[in-house]
Design a protein around this ligand. Structure first.
Ligand SMILES: Nc1ncnc2c1ncn2[C@@H]1O[C@H](COP(=O)(O)OP(=O)(O)OP(=O)(O)O)[C@@H](O)[C@H]1O
Ligand SMILES: [Mg+2]
Length: 1047
C-alpha cells in the first residue's frame, strides 16, 4: 500500500516558514539552523524553496527520491528541490505554461548544483525513447563542458561560475524534451591572465595539463608542469576534492556526447594551449634612436610554438607585439609599442581569445541541442552569485549588478506585484513594507546618470581618459545618491571615511556594501584588441581562429567602435529580464551557511545577513497574509468544471458565477477563498490540492470511459477483421477440401469406371453372340413400346374438349398408328356423348326424345323445321291451370294437359283464321273458344288419322279425322300455329302411345275434308303483303291457296 507522507509528518522545525509561530527573524534563523543540523537543507516559503548549502553529499538525490516526488503535490512531501522541479514540469506539461526556475544566492550558495538537480530531475521524469534520451543526455552533458571552461576556483567557491547562464529547455506538447538554447552572460575573462590570491584560472587549463595523455601534450606542445605557465597561479593549483585529470576525461566524453567532432575538440584544445603559450611570451625593451623603448619578444620559443599551433606566421605576430597601426580617416599610422603596451596587448589577446572560444563553445553546443519543434519552455537561470572580494573590479560590479536585477525581479513578482494584485482585485489587504532595490538598479543602469552610462561616456570621450577621470565623473554625478559612496565625492559625508580608499567607490547593494577599485574599469569596458592582433589572428591557418576573429578580415575593416562591455551586458540583462517576466517563475533562494565551505557549520550572522537582503521575512509576511494560489476565473472554471454537474461540460453564464457555483457545490469553506475582480484567490494550498485531487479522480474516470469505448471499438474492429478473414479462410479451405474430395471421387470413379468398362468388355465379348440375335428385336419392341407409351401420354394431354359437337382431334403422329388414331377418336366421341347423355334428367330426356322425334318427322322435309330446333318445347304456353281465364276450360278437361296453345282455325269460307285454344291431353285434343274458354270440339286421339303439313316454312296443318269416327262428322281441322313442329310432334307421340301411329304427310298439296266437301290446300311461294309468314286465300270451292314466302 502506498504510504502517504506529508509536509507535516516527522517535521523538523517547520517545513514551510508560513507556518512559523511566532514569526520573528530569530525564530526564522533558528528554524533554518534546526533543519540544517538535521540535514534538512530545504525549507519552503509557500512555493519558494530556500536551499542551504550542505557542503557534503546527502542521500536525498537518489533515483528513489525522484520516484517519491514524481507526480506528487508540492506540499505533500517534505520540502525538496524535486518538489519544485516537479511542480514546474507538471504545470508546463499539463497547463502549457512556460516556466522559469530562478536560482539566486551569493557565490558558493549552491546555485549551479541546484540548477543541475532541477535538470536531472526533469530529465528523469519526462518521456523516454531513443531520440528523447539522446536530447536529455546532450542537455545534461553540456554542463561539464561549460563548467570546465567557465568555472574556476575562487575564494568563495571551488567551482564558482564565472559566467552567467540561462538555459531554455524546450519541450514538445507531450512534455518530452526536444532541445534547448543556452545564453551566456559576460565571462569573467580577466581571470585568464590574472587570478586573485588563493584563486585559480579556469578549470580547463588545469584539467588539460593533468588529464591529457603524453601524446596529446606533445601535440599541443605543452608541459604537464603548471609552474611552467605564467597564466596559472601556483598557490592553489590543486584543489582539495577536485580531480582535474578525471574531470578532463569527463569533459572530453561530454564533448563527444554533445556532438563535438574529434577535430573540433582538437582545435579547442589547441586554442587553450595557445593561451597558455601566449602567457609565456615575454618582452624586453629595446632602445630606439628616437629615445623611446620598443618592445621585443624575449624568448621566441613560446612564440614560435604558439604560432605553429595556430598556423600563424611568426613574424606577423611578432610585429603585432611591437607595433600598432592606428587607422583614422583613411590614414594609417604605425606606432611602436613599449613593453607595458606589449604586455597589455598580449593579455588582451589572451582574454579575447579565451572569451571568444567560450562563446563559440556555447554556440556550438546550441547548434547540437537545437530543437526542431518547440512548444513549451522551461528556463533555468544560474548566474554568478553576488560576491564581495577584497579587491572588486569591473567584473564584480557587473556580477553584482546582475544580482541586483534578479533581486528586482523577485521583488517585482513576489512582493510588489503580489501586494498590488490584491489591491487591484479588490481583496482586503494591509500593506507590508519591504526594501525595493529599484533605486540601486537605477544608480547603475540609468541611461542619463547611471554608473554604466557614465563609464560609457568616459570611454567614448575624446581626450585623456583614465579610470580616475571616470571616478571623478561619478563623484560629481552620483554624489548624492543614497547608495553611492566615494571619498572625493561632493558629498562631504565620506571625506573622513578611511575605509574608502581614494581610487575606489562603494555601492550599498541590496546584499551589502561593496568597494570597487576603479582601476581597469575603462579598459575592461572598452574591451579593445589592437587591430594588428586581430588581423594576425585572422590570418592564422586554423579554421577556428578565423571564425573567432572575423573583424581581422582586411576586407571588413570597420572603423566604428564596437559596443562597450557594460553596454552589451546591460542590454542582454534587460532582454533576460523581459524574457523571465513572460514565464511562470519558480524561485530557489540559495543560502550559504558558512564561509569555510565546510559542512555542519551554521554561521548565524552570515545566514541572517542573507535572509535580510534576500527579503525572506517580507516574503513570509506577504505569503501569510495572502493567498497561496490565484487564477483568473476562466482558466479556473475550465480546469475544474468537470467537478460539478452544473458546470460540466459547459457553463453558460459568466465565469465568476461558474466558479462560485463550483465551489459551493464542492462545499469548500468560504474562508478558504476570496473572489477578486478577475481572479479567484485560494488561501491554502490544501484547498488547491483538494481540487486537484478531485480533478485527478474525475479525469481518471473520464479516461476510463474513453478507454472503454476505445477498447470496445478496437476489439470490435479486430473481431470484424477476424470474422472477415475467417470467412475468406473458410471459403478457401472449403474450396480446397471440395477439390480434394472431388479429385478423390474422380480418381475413384475412374478406377471403378475402368473396372466396369473392363468387366463390360469381358461380358460383351462373351455375350456378343447373344446380343446379335436378340438385341435388334428387343430394341425394336422397346422403341415401339416407348413410342406408343409416349403417344398415349401425349394424347392424354392433347385431348379435345368434352363437348360432343367439338370436331377437333389431335394430328396423328405416326403413320402406323393411323387406324388406332381413328378408332380412338371414335371411341372418345362415343364416350363423351355417353358422358353427355348421362347428365340428363328424365324430364330433359323426354324433351330430347321429343326433339328427336321432331327431327325424325321433319328434318329435311319441312323448311320450318330448322327454326324450331333451338326453340324449347314448352307445352303449356297458356299457363292453363293457373290462368283464371282458362279456369273453366281446365276444369272441363280432366286429364293432364300436355300442350296448350292458341292456334288459328282457318275458315274454309274465306281462308281467314279465328283464334282457338288448342289443348292436348293423353287421349284427346280440344279446341275451345279463346275468349270464353268454351269447348268447341274435343276429339279423342284414336279418331285422328293423320296430320298434313306443307314442306314450306308456314305453320298450317290439317288434322284429318278417321272416316266414320264420331268426330269425323264435323270434318277435318285446318289450323295454323307458331308452334307447328311441337304440336305435330306431341300429337304424333301421344297418338303413338295411345292408339296407332298418327301419320304425318308432308306435301305442298293435300286435301282437307270440311263436312262434306273436300278442299285442296295448296301452298305456293310468293311475296306476302304484310311481311307475315303465310296467307291463306280461298280460290274457289275446292281450293285454298296458302302463300308462303320464298326462301
Ligand atoms: N546540494 C548540495 N549538496 C552537496 N554539496 C553542495 C550542494 N550544493 C552546493 N554544494 C557544494 O557547494 C559548492 C558550491 O556550489 P555551487 O557551485 O552550486 O555554488 P554557486 O551558487 O553556483 O556559486 P557561484 O555563484 O560561485 O557559481 C559545490 O561545489 C558543492 O561542493
Ligand atoms: Mg555557480
Amino acid at each position: 500500500m502506498e504510504v502517504k507522507t506529508s509536509l507535516l509528518d516527522n517535521m523538523i522545525g517547520v517545513g514551510d516558514m508560513v507556518l512559523l509561530e511566532p514569526l520573528t527573524e530569530e525564530s526564522f534563523i533558528d528554524n533554518l539552523r534546526k533543519r540544517f543540523d538535521h540535514s534538512e537543507i530545504y525549507t519552503y516559503i509557500g512555493s519558494v524553496v530556500i536551499s542551504l548549502n550542505p557542503y557534503k553529499s546527502l542521500p536525498i538525490f537518489t533515483a528513489d527520491k525522484v520516484e517519491e516526488y514524481r507526480n506528487r503535490n508540492f506540499y505533500e512531501l517534505s520540502p525538496h528541490i524535486y518538489a519544485l522541479a516537479d511542480e514546474a514540469y507538471r504545470s508546463l506539461r499539463d497547463q502549457d505554461k512556460d516556466q522559469c526556475i530562478l536560482i539566486t544566492g551569493e557565490s558558493g550558495a549552491g546555485k549551479t548544483e541546484a540548477s543541475k538537480l532541477v535538470m536531472s530531475y526533469v530529465a528523469a521524469v519526462c518521456g523516454k525513447g531513443q531520440e528523447v534520451n539522446k536530447v536529455k543526455e546532450q542537455l545534461l552533458q553540456s554542463n561539464p563542458v561549460l563548467e570546465a571552461f567557465g568555472n574556476a576556483k575562487t575564494v568563495r567557491n571551488d567551482n564558482s561560475s564565472r559566467f552567467g547562464k540561462y538555459m531554455d529547455i524546450e519541450f514538445d506538447f507531450k512534455g518530452d524534451p526536444m532541445g534547448g538554447v543556452i545564453s551566456n552572460y559576460l565571462l569573467e575573462k580577466s581571470r585568464v591572465v590574472k587570478q586573485p590570491r588563493g584563486e585559480r584560472n579556469f578549470h580547463i587549463f588545469y584539467q588539460l595539463l593533468s588529464g591529457a595523455s603524453e601524446d596529446l601534450l606533445k601535440k599541443l606542445k605543452l608541459d604537464r608542469d603548471f609552474s611552467k605557465y605564467n597564466y596559472l597561479s601556483l598557490d592553489s593549483a590543486t584543489v582539495n576534492g577536485l580531480d582535474d585529470a578525471a574531470n578532463f576525461r569527463t569533459v572530453r566524453n561530454a564533448m563527444q556526447i554533445v556532438g563535438f567532432m574529434e577535430d573540433e575538440v582538437q582545435s579547442v584544445l589547441e586554442l587553450v594551449a595557445a593561451v597558455l603559450k601566449l602567457g609565456n611570451i615575454e618582452f624586453k625593451p629595446e632602445s630606439r634612436v628616437n629615445g623611446f623603448d620598443e618592445s621585443r619578444v624575449k624568448d621566441k620559443n613560446d612564440l614560435k610554438e604558439m604560432c605553429e599551433l595556430l598556423g600563424i606566421e611568426q613574424s606577423v605576430l611578432e610585429r603585432a607585439f611591437s607595433f600598432r597601426t592606428v587607422e583614422a580617416k583613411m590614414e594609417k599610422v604605425s606606432t611602436t609599442l613599449n613593453v607595458a603596451q606589449a604586455y597589455y596587448a598580449r593579455d588582451a589577446l589572451a582574454k579575447n581569445l579565451y572569451s571568444r572560444l567560450f562563446s563559440w563553445l556555447v554556440n556550438r553546443i546550441n547548434e547540437s541541442i537545437k530543437s526542431k519543434t518547440r512548444k513549451k519552455v522551461m528556463g533555468v537561470l544560474d548566474i554568478y552569485g553576488f560576491e564581495i572580494f577584497e579587491d572588486n573590479s569591473f567584473e564584480q560590479f557587473i556580477i553584482n549588478y546582475c544580482n541586483e536585477k534578479l533581486q528586482q525581479i523577485f521583488i517585482e513578482l513576489t512582493l510588489r506585484e503580489e501586494q498590488e494584485e490584491y489591491i487591484r482585485e479588490g481583496i482586503e489587504w494591509t500593506n507590508i513594507e519591504y526594501f525595493n532595490n529599484a533605486i540601486i538598479c537605477d544608480l547603475i543602469e540609468n541611461n542619463q546618470n547611471g554608473i554604466l552610462a557614465m563609464l560609457d561616456e568616459e570611454c567614448l570621450r575624446p581626450g585623456n581618459v583614465t579610470d580616475e577621470t571616470f571616478l571623478e565623473k561619478l563623484n560629481t554625478v552620483c554624489a548624492y545618491h543614497q547608495h553611492f559612496e566615494s571619498r572625493r565625492s561632493k558629498n562631504s559625508k565620506f571625506l573622513t571615511d578611511h575605509s574608502l580608499p581614494h581610487n575606489c567607490f562603494r555601492i550599498q547593494h541590496y546584499a551589502g556594501k561593496v568597494l570597487y577599485r576603479v582601476e581597469g574599469f575603462v579598459d575592461k569596458n572598452n574591451d579593445l584588441l589592437y587591430r594588428d592582433l586581430s588581423q594576425a589572428m585572422y590570418k592564422a591557418n586554423h579554421s577556428l581562429m578565423k571564425l573567432l576573429f572575423p573583424e581581422g578580415n582586411p576586407a571588413k575593416v570597420n572603423l566604428k567602435r564596437p559596443p562597450t562591455a557594460g553596454f552589451q551586458f546591460k542590454a542582454s540583462v534587460g532582454t533576460l529580464m523581459k524574457n523571465l517576466q513572460t514565464k511562470n517563475p519558480n524561485y530557489i533562494r540559495c543560502i550559504k551557511p558558512n564561509d569555510k565551505k565546510a559542512p555542519h557549520i551554521f554561521t548565524e550572522s552570515l545566514v541572517c545577513h542573507q535572509v535580510r537582503y534576500l527579503g525572506l521575512m517580507e516574503n513570509v509576511r506577504v505569503r501569510r497574509a495572502g493567498y497561496a494560489f490565484r487564477q483568473p476565473y476562466e482558466p479556473c472554471l475550465e480546469r475544474y468544471k468537470m467537478l460539478c454537474k452544473q458546470t460540466w461540460p459547459h457553463w453558460k453564464g459568466p465565469a465568476r458565477e461558474g466558479v462560485e457555483v463550483l465551489l459551493t457545490e464542492l462545499q469548500v469553506s468560504p474562508e478558504e477563498f476570496s473572489y477578486g475582480r478577475s481572479k479567484i484567490f485560494i488561501r491554502n494550498p490544501r484547498t488547491l490540492f483538494f481540487l486537484e485531487e478531485k480533478r485527478r479522480q474525475c479525469l481518471e474516470d473520464l479516461a476510463t470511459l474513453i478507454q472503454k469505448i476505445y477498447r470496445g471499438w478496437k476489439c470490435r474492429t479486430h473481431f470484424l477483421l477476424l470474422k472477415k478473414s475467417q470467412v475468406v479462410v473458410a471459403a478457401w479451405y472449403r474450396r480446397y477440401a471440395q477439390q480434394k474430395k472431388y479429385q478423390k471421387i474422380r480418381s475413384s470413379t475412374i478406377v471403378v469406371q475402368s473396372y466396369i468398362r473392363g468387366w463390360k468388355v469381358g461380358v460383351r465379348r462373351e455375350y456378343r453372340k447373344f446380343f446379335r440375335a436378340n438385341a435388334g428385336k428387343k430394341i425394336y419392341n422397346f422403341t415401339i413400346q416407348r413410342i406408343v407409351q409416349k403417344y398415349f401420354l401425349g394424347l392424354k394431354k392433347t385431348l379435345p374438349s368434352m363437348s360432343p359437337i367439338d370436331k377437333t382431334w389431335p394430328v396423328r403422329p405416326y403413320l402406323f398408328l393411323d387406324n388406332t388414331h381413328k378408332q380412338l377418336q371414335r371411341i372418345f366421341h362415343l364416350w363423351r356423348c355417353k358422358k353427355y347423355r348421362s347428365q340428363f334428367t328424365d324430364e330433359k330426356k323426354s324433351v330430347y326424345e321429343e326433339k328427336l322425334e321432331a327431327s325424325q318427322l321433319f328434318k329435311d322435309k319441312k323448311t320450318l323445321y330448322p327454326s324450331s330446333v333451338s326453340q324449347p318445347f314448352k307445352g303449356d304456353y297458356l299457363d292453363i291451370n293457373k290462368n283464371p281465364k282458362y279456369q273453366k276450360l281446365s276444369s272441363a278437361v280432366e286429364e293432364k294437359v300436355l300442350l296448350a296453345d292458341v292456334v288459328n282455325k282457318i275458315n274454309r269460307a274465306n281462308g281467314k283464321g279465328a283464334p282457338r285454344v288448342f289443348l292436348l291431353t293423353k287421349s284427346n285434343f280440344v279446341l275451345a273458344d279463346q275468349k270464353t274458354g268454351q269447348v268447341k270440339a274435343s276429339v279423342p286421339l284414336p279418331d285422328l288419322s293423320s296430320v298434313s303439313v306443307s314442306t314450306q316454312s308456314d305453320g298450317f296443318f290439317a288434322l284429318k279425322l278417321k272416316e266414320g269416327s264420331a268426330s269425323a262428322a264435323k270434318g277435318d281441322f285446318l289450323l295454323s300455329s307458331d308452334h307447328l313442329i311441337e304440336i305435330i310432334t306431341k300429337l304424333h307421340r301421344t297418338g303413338a302411345a295411345t292408339t296407332d301411329q298418327i301419320g304425318v304427310d308432308i306435301s305442298d298439296e293435300f286435301l282437307v275434308q270440311f263436312k262434306q266437301d273436300k278442299v285442296c290446300v295448296k301452298f305456293v311461294q310468293g311475296t306476302l303483303k304484310n311481311g307475315g309468314t303465310a296467307a291463306c286465300k280461298r280460290k274457289n270451292n275446292k281450293l285454298l291457296e296458302v302463300s308462303v314466302p320464298s326462301p
